[in-house]
Design a protein around this ligand. Sequence first.
Ligand code: PLP
Length: 456
Amino acid sequence: STAKSDAWRADRDHFLHPYTDFTTFQDSGSQVVSHGDAMYIVDEAGRSYLDGIAGLWCVNLGHGRSEIAQAMGDQAQQLGYFNTFGHSTNTPAALLARQLAERTPGDLNHVFFTTGGSTANDTAIRLAHYYFNRLGKPKKKKILARNGGYHGSTYFAAALTGIHGIHYGFDRIAEDIVHHLSAANCYRRPEGMDEAQFCDFLIDEARHRIEQLGADNIAAFIAEPVMGAGGVLVAPEGYHRRMAEVCQQNDILYIADEVVTGFGRLGHWFASEDRFGHVPDILITAKGLSSGYCPIGAAVFSERMYEVISKPQGPGGVLSHGFTYSGHPVSCAAALKSIELYEREDIFGKVRDTGPYLQQQLKRLSRHDVVGDIRGDHLMAGVELVSDRDAKRNFPPDLAAAEVVFGRARDYGVIVRPVGDTIILSPPLIISREQVDTLVDSLDQAIEDVSGQLMS
Ligand code: PLP
């Protein structure tokens, strides 16, 4: 059963993988995933695994959906591609733009299509600058982001990203433009503060930073409603609403990066308004938009921004931004079908049941000394491992504690995601209560198995 396939060898020799630790990769290579069915993926040896991470927080409707495949195939046959640069459009892109406008909050009515989350964030920043330039405020350039935030891997999306480790070996750009505020990390908040005081602290920090930098120099603030790759950090009550007020008072655009939190992960189309009570100026979506079946992202803009962006200008005054695959008909067809399925199957209603159930079941893991914190919202959860609970001290990085738990859980047939010292869960939204039990039981057993090894 350990005989390696041709695909495994081709992969190891030629596929330069994203986000990969090559010290281990050279020997073990990658597991070849050959197919998927609902909550499960199957590798080429025929072993099946419960997918606890929806591929990479995206396969929200589960694997092997023939209706999505059918919609993509039909569209490829009908029109595989034609550009959307103003003179032309295509039916799925047009209809999807309207469907998004109807589902995003407030007056977010104008959709710029991209190829994924990183390009959608880049688009948001470019158009924020464009907007202020055209308003006659060309000094408004700076962007406030947050430590722990993840916004992607294009050069500028990486510059927005506030996770230290992932800048290793790379150059930083735009350090005069991007300024990082503190993460809304309730677990590691300053000693002696309760959550409400921590919220005040974060808002005060933002106000002071804006004063220091000058509101006239700041274009936008970007934040995930719940920080994802930074370890599933849920901000204190009221944080986003109050940050939105601070932004508004200072003419700073609020960009909600809903790449992970959109399309039902927190039980609603989008989390900004329905979970956290505010309407951003720009909303970023990707991943669940097509349930991961096709690459697609979008930046959705307010009426107020659209009026300025679309105002006719003199010679040369065209909006020179876009991608070959902006509004790709096959991706848009996959997204339209996904939206139809989310609605027809009341997927988000199910998440409002299974989400709290997952969070409640995960509490069981606190019986392990190595579990420092358990947190999340609906079907987005993080379990942070510590070597010392009282001191909230993480394990030495070379122990790769979360990676060890990941490996053991995989032995039990469930896939979780190790990020730093946190184990992340973000299953497809079709997960049943029984499958939640399986996921948590297996993780519980995996942690029990490796606790001794980690603590020794
Ligand atoms: N923003 C957030 C919050 C993400 O989690 C991700 C990817 O995980 C991105 C942006 C980048 O999206 P993509 O990988 O599609 O470019």
